[in-house]
Design a protein. Structure first.
Length: 186
């Protein structure tokens, strides 16, 4: 099995300042019902996996942590981390029952390092939930809307997550399109 992730050439990546400026145009508000409906793609299958009052980390939550709000409303304790908007390194010293990573993994400049970090933060038996638009065929890549976002630097396929789960010792399932739930082995 191979990883099959595709990377944007480093010479084409935005500077940190330009990346931050781009994120300021996102309108991902906590009270936006359309955005909440979009996030439910990950929230619904994730909540089924969690024990009551679990502790989670929304990794890459952005300026409006709607996903964290939704999971908190379901009775779970959430922490936030985002390198631009919630850069609290203290949360990266804890351990978690689950970690969510929605519309974030495509921004990882060093995905292997990021996924190792997430693995280190996750308790045995814990869940890592990732939502990103999965790449399909190479032929469609040039016209794919997702690759046109200048902040997207890595693109995953379902086989990428199967490979990653194998590397990290996780099980892996795909409950809906563009969502992967990976459970750390006990």
């Amino acid at each position: 099995m191979q990883c099959e992730a595709r990377f944007l050439d480093e010479g084409q990546r935005l500077t940190g300042a330009d990346e931050y400026a781009h994120y300021l145009h996102h309108e991902n508000r906590i009270d936006d019902s359309g955005y909440r409906k979009f996030l439910n793609k990950l929230v619904e299958p994730m909540l089924v996996k969690l024990k009551p009052s679990s502790t989670g980390l929304d990794y890459g939550c952005g300026p409006g942590p709607a996903l964290a709000a939704m999971i908190s409303e379901a009775g779970h304790d959430m922490r936030l981390f985002d390198p631009f908007f919630h850069n609290d390194e203290d949360v990266l010293t804890g351990s978690y029952d689950f970690i969510t990573c929605t519309e974030t993994a495509e921004h990882f400049h060093h995905p292997a390092r990021e996924f190792r970090r997430l693995n280190s933060l996750l308790r045995s038996g814990g869940w890592l939930a990732v939502m990103t638009c999965f790449q399909t065929s190479d032929e469609a890549f040039a016209q794919w809307h997702y690759r046109r976002d200048a902040t997207h630097v890595v693109f995953y396929r379902d086989v990428t997550f199967l490979w990653l789960a194998d590397q990290l010792g996780f099980t892996c399932e795909f409950p809906v399109k563009d969502v992967v739930l990976m459970q750390k082995n006990r």
